[in-house]
Design a protein around this ligand. Structure first.
Ligand code: ADP
Length: 510
């Protein structure tokens, strides 16, 4: 039971639903309509404190189970996610606004991650390592770190929590999770799944709330690792705080100012298709969405004409409708940020090519009057490495066309000239150009002849430079939430050392 009698959803701490310490509540808002989807208790530092104590207390018992026994709990969740695919896809779309195929893909991504984590319980967890000394057996073994704090964003409200928590739990850690404040209903449903799966009390805890609750996780000494996905601004603060604590680790995945290079060797259909998907899927609110299109002068005019014509006509509308390409943005602050950067681009010399930033009168049905709606904003701008509009992430359908002349090196230089390094794509029929981008593009995720979006859970995910330290995906999360032990066993009664080091003990009598 996750609601008190007043209908306000509660926190899940130490195996129980509770009002928690605070009296404040907050609402989940449907971004398409502005309607309330429910009221939620707002977690406090005291709630986080209780959740961390519960997780700390549960750790010894949880870590003592085998990997396979821990994974058993997650198989139940795997089946539930699959069985509720349609329903949860709609819940996601309703709460965060992305169109329905994206809502459903979010659920599929979640069960893929649970499948990976639970399946991996039966795979080797460490290495047998050769020793110079024949009588020695050497191993690398892994141990759970302890209490792991998971702080997640709204744009993949079911998938990302499982990216963080599935591997973390199977590896023997306990969890305190703070879902994004924009998507608490998804958080509630996930917590109910963990409750139904019957995890021992305190192994999984969820506290709904805002940044102050997240910060209370980050600053607590009982937390041994923090997994964070969200903005660079918050992520760097977290990495700084956690990095200053000996023995603690922060794995952060943040945004990008992602670019697509379209060379003179590009196939035009692939270029236009990939660019439109990269710019406008999820209404530009993926951390891998592309806000820079770097196009060779030889095909610039043709690309511009075809791209602009599609950007003028992509369908904005009801995210529940399978024909819709773009739904709303998540909230009003996102609308304001988008508008601010559109103005900045014009101020910095951008020539506007498509301005659907504010949907026209009658473009959307009246039921969406209270929602947070924007459309494509596309401009061309002469390249200048100092331009803020080419450097700073907007997280919306705000796209710059940049024309370049010269060879692939020029294009890669423009591409790399941002503080970020999450994702990037190249469109070219020339494998040498593709391989140059593969080798010199400063990205954690590279794509060739594809949109600059899309992730499968068994591939690494994460960025370089300001975009993060590349941890949050299946295999890499193991690195973040476990400690390695190099363990060496001597099978002989003699002690013999590597590197020719003497094992003789000499005394003054010798
Ligand atoms: P976004 O722009 O995607 O909303 P944020 O970085 O603001 O990204 O939020 C991502 C997650 O981080 C959310 O769960 C949010 O509540 C949490 N958060 C925000 N500020 C802090 C903070 N100072 N410390 C820890 N977590 C925070």
């Amino acid at each position: 039971m996750s609601q008190q009698s007043t209908g306000v959803s509660q926190q899940y701490i130490a195996g129980e639903w509770t009002d928690g310490d605070g009296s404040e509540t907050f609402e989940s808002i449907n971004p398409a309509t502005g309607e309330s989807l429910g009221e939620f208790r707002q977690g406090t530092e005291e709630d986080i404190d209780r959740a961390l104590s519960a997780a700390d207390d549960a750790f010894e018992e949880w870590r003592a189970l085998s990997y396979i026994d821990r994974a058993e709990y997650l198989w139940d969740i795997y089946h539930e996610l699959k069985d509720r695919h349609e329903e949860l896809g709609r819940v996601i779309t309703e709460e965060c606004g992305k169109e329905i195929s994206e809502g459903k893909a979010d659920v599929a991504e979640a069960w893929h991650m649970v499948e990976w984590a639970a399946g991996n319980a039966r795979h080797p967890h460490g290495d047998v390592v050769p020793s110079e000394i024949p009588a020695k057996d050497a191993y690398m073994r892994r141990k759970p770190r302890g209490v792991v704090g998971c702080i997640t964003p709204w744009n993949f409200p079911v998938a990302i929590p499982f990216w963080h928590m599935a591997v973390t739990l199977v590896e023997g850690n306990t969890v305190v999770w703070k879902p994004a404040e924009q998507t608490p209903r998804c958080g509630q449903i996930i917590a109910e799944m963990f409750e139904e799966a019957g995890l021992p009390e305190g192994v999984f805890n969820m506290v709904q709330g805002f940044g102050d609750a997240g910060n209370a996780i980050v600053e607590d000494e009982r937390v041994s690792a923090v997994l964070f996905t969200g903005s660079a601004e918050v992520g760097h603060k977290i990495a700084g705080k956690v990095g200053a604590e000996p023995g603690k680790l922060a794995a952060c995945e943040m945004g990008g100012k992602n670019g697509i290079i379209i060379t003179e060797q590009a196939d035009m259909d692939t270029a236009v298709h990939s660019a439109i998907m990269s710019s406008f899927k999820t209404t530009g609110q993926r951390c891998v969405s592309s806000e820079r299109l770097i196009v060779h002068t030889d095909l610039y005019d043709e690309f511009k004409e075809r791209y602009v014509s599609l950007a003028e006509s992509v369908k904005i509308g009801d995210p529940m409708d399978e024909e819709t390409f773009m739904g709303p943005v998540v909230d009003e602050s996102q609308v304001e940020k988008f508008q601010k950067y559109n103005e900045l681009a014009e101020k910095e010399g951008g020539e506007v090519l498509v301005d659907r930033a504010e949907p026209e009168e009658g473009e959307l049905p009246a039921e969406f009057d209270g929602g947070h709606w924007v459309g494509p904003f596309v401009y061309e701008i002469e390249y200048d490495p100092e331009l803020r509009c080419l450097q700073e992430e907007v997280f919306g359908p705000h796209v710059a066309l940049v024309e370049y002349d010269g060879d692939i090196k020029e294009a890669i230089e423009i591409h790399n000239n941002t503080p970020y390094g999450l994702a990037g794509a190249i469109i070219s029929e020339d494998y040498r150009q593709i391989n140059a981008f593969r080798d010199y593009g400063e990205v954690g995720l590279g794509y060739a002849n594809l949109p600059c979006i899309g992730a499968e859970v068994h591939l690494p995910f994460g960025g370089v430079k300001k975009s993060g330290n590349g941890y949050p995906s299946a295999r890499e999360v193991i690195e973040a939430v476990t400690e390695r032990t190099a363990f060496t066993l001597n099978n002989s009664r003699e002690i013999e050392m590597a590197q020719g080091l003497s094992a003789d003990i000499t005394t003054s009598d010798d």
